[in-house]
Design a protein around this ligand. Structure first.
Ligand code: 3HC
Length: 513
């Protein structure tokens, strides 16, 4: 590696993140000193390093010699004194300010006066850590994403005390390692966690309220939201204890109750169910993969009729229509608004036992079902993406038993992926993604980061196919404001009101980028 002013880098703490960071540095041909608190923890750290590089060997991405060379570059020790000749030390111990301050006091004592000291904190204040050292000008944040060897984003955080040269050198190092640095100031959660964790916590609340199952929420966000992982799979990957700590730290700064950790998350952590690392979290990682929850048995021959004047989702374009009286599933294309208009009279001609499914963009189905003789046969069909394969089957309080399952089986036979949810604003995908997009617009409006940094953070740190600012333009600011207004009306949650920047661009008829 060339052009980098660090040659020997220490990593304190070899848990999942620390070991991943040590691997990235060693892959970049730097000499690494990995340090743990005691021999047992050091052995666990060695295990992480061997497993992660071994996995690359198994996948044919690395030779055995390559693996040996990487591991040989990492000197493992329990003696802080071995960090004495490092140019840079990255701390990756658990997210407790008292612990981090203790580690930094020790680093301050053993490291050269010109060494840069970095914290991989997820959300604690880098400034709080810096002021407890004798060298606050040389303290930076360097925030990697899990799994560190894979995710390309590294947030590099300078405080008001950090000398600019230290930030530049660390950003150059990150770029030299093949990652993308996003340089930002010191705010709880930085860019990516600040946007990600509100969404993860909301998903936990959605599960706890019985709105939908964790399988269905995960499927919805993967298939309908295009994310690499659903929120529960991701929380299990991150570790539920880490999720709790990050949320507490963000809440301490934001005082936004959407960041107050969901009681369900806290309960799982108290029970020791921490996710992948403990074998069980939201999912049981030892259990065989669960069967899909809805439809897909391949035996249902859907006899479908599509009526109504609303927009026809692309996936329904080729469905051959039959007479209403013959259909098992009557899809009524709703105009999207008004949401309390009753079903068109033609739907009353459906045969007994047929499912009446209304497409509707707001997730409010009860207004169309209430008062009908056949209210028990009515479900909503909500397509978060007009041309996507995900469809949310919305049940109301009067939907009859088995009706939503029947609807799911029928739409799955049409090649769609169904998930179930209750009749609440935004269904699953829109209810989860628009508050996150609104937070990104608010962050942009507050001047914390520019559109490129915000989009890069979510794409490269969390594997999102598009960044939130670009996503708002793609989905349309009118739609964003419409869904946010509906969510706000339902929850009366101030943070769900459309960000002023969104309203302003929408009124101006301009896109954000
Ligand atoms: N360690 C090392 N490498 C791993 C890995 C791990 N735990 N998991 C996957 N990989 C590698 C694989 O070896 C493979 O590498 P290759 O392409 O060179 O062969 C590559 O990642 C893709 O793996 P898979 O094909 O097995 O799996 P997927 O295609 O499903 O991708 C994923 C896995 C990259 C993890 C993807 O699902 C993803 O991007 N998920 C989102 C992860 C995310 O959001 N991370 C950020 C969390 S927030 C955070 O860390 C901040 C902190 O402060 C809390």
């Amino acid at each position: 590696m060339s052009g980098v002013s660090f040659n020997k880098v220490g990593v304190v703490g070899l848990g999942t993140m620390g070991a991943g960071i040590a691997e990235v540095l060693a892959r970049g041909e730097l000499a690494v000193v990995g340090i743990e608190i005691n021999p047992e923890a050091l052995e666990r750290g060695r295990g992480h390093l061997e497993r992660s590089t071994g996995r690359a060997v198994k996948r044919g991405k690395l030779t055995e010699e390559g693996q040996r060379a990487i591991l040989d570059r990492i000197a493992l020790t329990t003696d802080f004194g071995d960090l004495g000749d490092c140019d840079l030390v990255i701390e990756a111990v658990p997210e407790r300010l008292d612990l981090k301050r203790k580690v930094f006091a020790e680093l301050d004592r053993v490291c050269r006066a010109d060494a840069v000291l970095a914290t991989n904190t997820s959300s604690l204040s880098v400034t709080d850590i810096a002021v407890a050292t004798g060298r606050p000008t040389k303290i930076v944040g360097v925030h990697f994403f899990n799994p560190a060897p894979v995710m390309r984003l590294v947030e590099v955080i300078g405080t008001v005390l950090t000398e600019p040269d230290a930030v530049t050198r660390v950003a150059d190092l990150v770029a030299g390692l093949g990652k993308t640095p996003v340089v930002i100031g010191d705010r709880a959660g930085f860019v990516a966690n600040r946007l990600l964790f509100g969404y993860l916590n909301q998903a936990a609340g959605m599960l706890a309220s019985g709105h939908a199952t964790h399988d269905d929420i995960d499927t919805a966000m993967k298939v309908g939201g295009g994310l690499p992982m659903g929120p529960f799979t991701l929380m299990d990957l991150i570790g539920l204890d880490t999720c709790l700590e990050v949320l507490e730290a963000i809440y301490a700064e934001s005082r936004d109750r959407r960041h107050a950790p969901s009681p369900l998350l806290r309960e799982l952590v108290t029970a020791g169910l921490l996710g992948r690392k403990s074998g069980r979290g939201f999912y049981d990682h030892g259990a065989p993969a669960a069967e899909p929850t809805a439809g897909g048995n391949g035996t249902v021959q859907p006899v479908v009729c599509v009526v109504g004047d609303g927009p026809r989702p692309a996936r329904l374009a080729d469905v051959p229509d039959v007479a209403i009286g013959d259909a098992d599933l009557v899809i009524v294309l709703g105009p999207g608004a008004p949401h309390d208009a009753p079903l068109p009279p033609a739907a009353a001609e459906a045969k007994p036992g047929a499912v009446l499914a209304v497409t509707d963009s707001s997730g409010r189905v009860i207004g169309q079902a209430a008062g009908l003789d056949r209210a028990a046969d009515v479900v909503g069909l909500h397509f978060p993406e007009a041309d996507g394969e995900l469809v949310e089957i919305v049940s109301t309080v009067v939907t009859g038993e088995g009706v939503a399952d029947k609807a799911a089986a029928l739409v799955s036979a049409l090649g769609l992926t169904p998930v179930h949810c209750r009749d609440r604003a935004g269904g699953i995908v829109d209810a989860l993604r628009f508050p996150y997009l609104n937070d990104a617009a608010a962050m942009l409006g507050a001047g914390y980061a520019d559109a490129d940094s915000i989009d890069a953070a979510m794409k490269l740190g969390c594997g999102y196919p598009t960044g939130p600012i670009a996503d708002l333009d793609r989905l349309g600011l009118d739609r964003a404001v419409e869904v946010l207004d509906a969510l706000y009306d339902e929850a009366r949650e101030p943070a769900l009101a459309p960000a002023p920047l969104l309203e302003e661009y929408r009124t101006a008829g301009r896109t954000l980028r």
